[in-house]
Design a protein around this ligand. Structure first.
Ligand SMILES: Cc1ncc(C[n+]2csc(CCOP(=O)(O)OP(=O)(O)O)c2C)c(N)n1
Ligand SMILES: [Mg+2]
Length: 391
């Protein structure tokens, strides 16, 4: 999809898709593309908001390309970990639509606070996919500039980034950067398990009472490592928002169109000064929690198979084929690009140099500190004490 800010329009371009409230079998689930690849013209959310998208053919093809590339690069990272080239990898398999849909709804000025799994959002932000691999290979501490890309560092401490995002969003409002189309909105990603953390609930309170321009984007992938959703909540997660005093909506997180529409609306509300909201992207973690987890020990194969039928990429492909928006040559070309980019990624990972051990002390403080300088000096002398040391 073209970089930039593709809008949500009400222009009707293809005949006869249906309008309805929610998805078949779940009226509260906002869905614009069924698992079979059928388009739904518009959907009315629980608070009466009408969601719709209308992309050009090129934009639809762009979304498909994003989804395929993001999945392929993720698979390559998993393979690299299995071959001992990365220390760990947290795969996004199954969550591509939640991430590409929300990632493409962001405007350039919007700020992102991710977890450790947001490789698809990172990709949409225009960050080189090699960046998180350096982190998981242990050769750097992230590598990208959060201010340049408006995408913060990955956060492994569950839920902590929701507080960072709330403080940042309060600052955005205090600096007078909200209130118009060019206003800045903030989005905080977190998981279903994180909703049980104190940090996340505190973030909800602060964002609510200070009317922070913040979208809480919860990817409910049904598990917190081995703990299933029913160990986190007795009510659908999106309904928690009610108690904190802001709107909540549940979207089909395997539907890239609905995720785009819902996130676009929530971000726009935030940038126009209408405060926070919660999006629950209802999805499924198709792989392991991370490469150090074995999900066969706590979930059954039939559950995974049921979600396979709701695959986020297959439904876009079915739609593009049915509507004759893309042909076999296009799909082959996208596969070819994905293969090329993943080979390129692998080559670059294998060529990553080991860092100078002293870089450990860099970037701890913006302007250094006397104590740290002393420690760097000591560590340097220690390294030099080894026979044949280059230091
Ligand atoms: C404060 C804190 N407690 C515990 C952990 C260990 N931990 C890592 S991932 C995880 C589960 C998170 O589940 P969820 O929020 O659903 O996100 P998902 O991994 O499913 O994307 C836990 C408990 C941690 N990283 N931080
Ligand atoms: Mg989870």
């Amino acid at each position: 999809m073209a970089k930039g800010d593709p809008g949500v329009s009400t222009r009707s371009r293809r005949a006869a898709p249906r309008s309805r409230k929610g998805a078949a079998g779940d009226p509260d689930l906002v869905q614009l593309l069924t698992p079979e690849g059928e388009r739904i013209e518009s959907v009315t959310g629980p608070d009466g908001t009408v969601y719709r998208v209308d992309f050009t053919d090129e934009e639809y093809r762009g979304l498909y390309r994003d989804l395929v590339l993001v999945r392929k690069l993720d698979a390559e990272a998993t393979a690299l970990q299995r071959q001992g080239e990365l220390g760990l990898w947290a795969s996004l398999l199954g969550q591509e639509a939640a991430q590409v849909g929300s990632g493409r709804a962001l405007r350039t000025q919007d700020m992102v606070f991710p977890t450790y799994r947001e490789h698809g959002v990172l990709y949409c932000r225009g960050i080189d996919p090699i960046m998180p691999l350096g982190l998981f290979r242990g050769v750097d501490q992230g590598g990208w500039d959060p201010n340049e890309f408006k995408f913060n560092m990955y956060t492994i401490v569950i839920g902590a980034q929701t507080l960072h995002a709330t403080g940042y969003a309060m600052g955005v409002a205090m600096d007078g950067k909200t209130g118009g189309d060019e206003g800045e909105a903030v989005i905080a990603y977190f998981g279903d398990g994180a909703t049980s953390q104190g940090d996340v609930n505190e973030a909800f309170v602060w964002a609510s009472v200070f009317n922070a321009p913040l979208v809480f984007f919860c990817q409910n992938n049904q598990y917190a490592i081995s703990e299933p959703l029913e160990r986190q909540t007795r009510v659908p997660l999106y309904r928690r928002a009610d108690g904190f005093g802001f709107p909540g909506v549940r979207v089909d997180g395997n539907d890239v169109l609905a995720t785009y529409a819902v996130t676009h609306t929530a971000l726009d509300n935030a940038r126009h000064g209408q405060g926070p909201s919660l999006i629950e992207a209802y999805t499924y973690r198709m792989g392991a929690h991370t490469t150090s987890d074995d999900p066969t020990r706590y979930r059954i194969a039939s559950e995974v198979e049921a979600w396979q039928a709701k695959d986020p990429i297959a439904r876009v492909k079915a739609f593009l084929e049915k509507q004759q928006i893309a042909d076999a040559d296009f799909f082959a070309e996208v596969d070819e690009q994905a293969k090329r980019e993943s080979v390129h990624l692998r080559e670059r990972v294998l060529a990553m140099p080991n860092p100078d051990p002293n870089t450990l002390f860099d970037h701890v403080y913006p302007h250094g500190s006397p104590l740290l300088d002393e420690q760097r000096e000591q560590f340097s002398r220690y390294l030099e004490s080894f026979e044949g040391s280059a230091h």
